[in-house]
Design a protein around this ligand. Structure first.
Ligand code: HSE
Length: 313
């Protein structure tokens, strides 16, 4: 077995509008890479963190106590590692504070790489609790809606009450996800602290109905029901004002045929679900609307069946 392993973990859409903290979707073609290497010593160290441009990251330090990758890897190594240490190199592919599960992708790639160095690697599902240790540090809460899809791929239901168990949901046929990342940042931990702490019975009933309907719609590939249910009546209204292009981008997406759209995680990224055949048009419309607001952006189109993290070596 090699003493150096690299793993890739995809970005993800947190909440998916209807499932605050409990529903997440993996994306393709965007994610973080972590290389793990056995070294002398007893702990997990962080040799370097590189950014999107391949250069040493200007903001993320290589203090192992302050990075989701090393925190998650250390949690796994404490329980299952051997007498040596681990050195990590993190290469960010997911923009920071983007609502695309950046901290989760680092944590997941780290545990997947370190797992492959264990004498008896664990099944992917068993890595969730360790990756969550990293995510907890970053966002200040225990929610798996980025970690679980990044680790396992696809559309994952992961309510806190069931953790560490999660449920892989069937995905609707012929539907794609479009993710637009405006060149803005939202700090998730801060955005979470600002949320109202209590909600009315009417709001609870409405959101619960939407989530149940959406899951049923996915299982039945019922496009009309997806259109009716892909809505967030509780969290999105509290957060969308922090993303100045939100109204313009979501209106453009809907005009171009999107079934529904919302913030990805705490934003600023915005996602839409649409028919596969319309995904490129929807992405272009969203990008155009965002740039018209004077905000640069990038977008990705992804199937609903994007794979989870993988070892690359
Ligand atoms: N679900 C979290 C939130 C972010 O919206 O605050 C992603 O884990």
């Amino acid at each position: 077995m090699s003493d150096t392993i690299t793993a890739f973990a995809p970005a993800s859409i947190g909440n998916v509008a209807v499932g605050f903290d409990m529903l997440g979707l993996a994306l393709t073609n965007v994610g973080d890479r972590v290389q793990a290497r056995k070294i002398d010593g007893a702990t997990v160290t962080l040799a370097e963190v590189r950014g999107l441009d391949g250069e040493i990251h200007p903001y993320l330090s290589n203090n192992a106590d302050e990075n989701t990758a090393s925190i998650a890897a250390q949690a796994l190594w404490n329980e299952h590692g051997d007498a040596c240490g681990i050195e990590l190199k993190v290469h960010k592919g997911v923009p920071l504070q983007s609502g695309m599960g950046s901290s989760a992708a680092s944590a997941v790639a780290a545990v997947v790489a370190v797992n492959a160095l264990l004498e008896a690697p664990l099944p992917a599902e068993a890595l969730l609790v360790y990756a969550l240790e990293g995510e907890k540090y970053a966002s200040g809460g225990l929610h798996a809606d980025n970690v679980a899809p990044s680790l396992l791929g696809g559309l994952i239901l992961c309510p806190r009450v069931l953790l560490p168990d999660v449920v892989r949901l069937p995905v609707p046929k012929g539907v794609s996800a479009v993710l637009l990342h405006p060149d803005l940042q939202v700090n998730t931990a801060r955005a979470r602290r600002r949320l109202a702490k209590s909600y009315s019975m009417a709001q609870w009933l409405e959101q619960q109905g939407l989530l149940a309907g959406f899951i049923a719609a996915c299982a039945a590939s019922d496009i009309d029901l997806i259109r009716k249910t892909l809505r967030d009546v509780i969290i999105e209204p509290q957060r969308s004002a922090a993303v100045p292009c939100f109204a313009a981008v979501t209106e453009a997406a809907k005009r171009a045929g999107a079934l529904g759209c919302s913030l990805s995680g705490s934003g600023p990224s915005i996602f839409a679900f649409c028919a596969e055949s319309e995904a490129r048009n929807v992405a272009s419309a969203m990008e155009h609307a965002c740039r018209q607001q004077g905000i640069g952006c990038q977008s990705w189109v992804s199937p609903m069946t994007a794979p989870g993290a993988r070892v690359e070596d």
